[in-house]
Design a protein around this ligand. Sequence first.
Ligand code: GDP
Ligand code: IMO
Ligand code: MG
Length: 421
Amino acid sequence: MNIDILLGLQWGDEGKGKIVDALSPVYDVVARFQGGPNAGHSLEFNNVKHVLHLIPSGIFHPDKVNIIGNGVVIDPAVFRKEIEELGPSIDELTKRLIISNRANLILPSHRILDAAYEHQKGNTKIGSTLKGIGPAYTDKAGRNGLRVGDILGKDFMDLYKEHLNNHLAILKNYDFKFDLKEYENGWFEGIELLKRFSIVNTEYYIHDKARKSKKMLAEGAQGTMLDVDFGSYPFVTSSNTISAGACTGLGVSPKMIGEIFGIFKAYCTRVGSGPFPTELFDETGNSLRNIGHEFGATTGRPRRCGWLDLPALKYSIMINGVTKLFMTKADVLSGFKTIKICTKYKVDGKECLEIPFKTNAAIEPVYTDMPGWEENISGIKDFNKLPEALKRYIEFIEKETEVPVTMVSVGPDREETIYRK
Ligand code: GDP
Ligand code: IMO
Ligand code: MG
């Protein structure tokens, strides 16, 4: 039971990066288990904001080991840029970060394929971050992928060319213009940089640490509603973002999992296409976006905003086996006179507690209204000092979900975190 998991329960951007960074002091190892540079995990300390895409959010703690697990897909160009902009020297970072030899590589041509597929889809596009995620996982599942361990072989360039030619052959069928050189920019330099890091069977490393009773935190990317099996398919990402994904993405048994921390925003956001039952198209939605600075950490796109969706939250809790809930961005709701919570859906006029299979189902959210609060809560450190109305909002969520809310985040800084005793 040495491995706890922290994952998003909504459509991503719940504040995973901030919380992983805040929790890192109590862990020895922090490991990413899925996704890739589509993720944008922000964390803040000493008035500086950092955005991580591939690197686990424990990286700023010098005494922790961070792992990029086998379930992640790595773009060497993004990796290089991220490492170079992080702050600590590369020599120092090689001590803090190890990489699975089984993690699949995102090739420049995967990014071109991603763009070509989205272009072809037109109005039905997924709204992908265009980081090559879908094509890279497609090649992985199709047993055509290149893996990080392959970069150490003498035949790597031959393998690269073989894969590139396969992709170029597919691209001939698409009316999509591209400049390969532009996409290859920085990729080979990234491969050279990757070679300076320990590229190992991280599953052995993790099991060795578990035997020595070291504590590990598995950091999820995206959110449960973007899971390739349980999200609003096809408007999802291409990996298993759920707790089970931590087992396959790191090579650990379910028996080794301890706590499963489910993180959710006090309201909801989504980037890209797909159903979003509580989406607000009015001034309230704009206010949530402006007050919460809801613009994508990876693409800068405005996030769609809406009220908290309990049927979706309960579904995520069920699929993941969440043991503790963490609520983020509670401060953003300060000043709203009334706060709405969606407690059930109406689909075709009939009440429904389940997530409909069809993504084009006409879902009408049924709301319960709760009184808001005026106070600025960002400086509060003690749960009991939170406004009564916010405590009632939290109680309502706990009653509905039957899971305790044990942490409330009231600002982006690592310090703006309330741990409930
Ligand atoms: P992630 O992908 O789940 O790590 O989340 P993102 O970093 O993409 O988006 C969360 C955004 O909210 C970031 O800009 C964070 O700095 C910010 N944030 C996190 N927690 C809080 C909070 O409690 N209050 C406020 N106001 N901002 C927060
Ligand atoms: P973090 O880890 C929010 C969304 C995209 C798109 C869909 C598929 O920061 O929470 P992809 O690039 O995977 O092909 O995109 O998933 N998406 C995210 N939305 N946060 C993320 O990551 C996301 N990663 C992908 O917007 O709708
Ligand atoms: Mg994000």
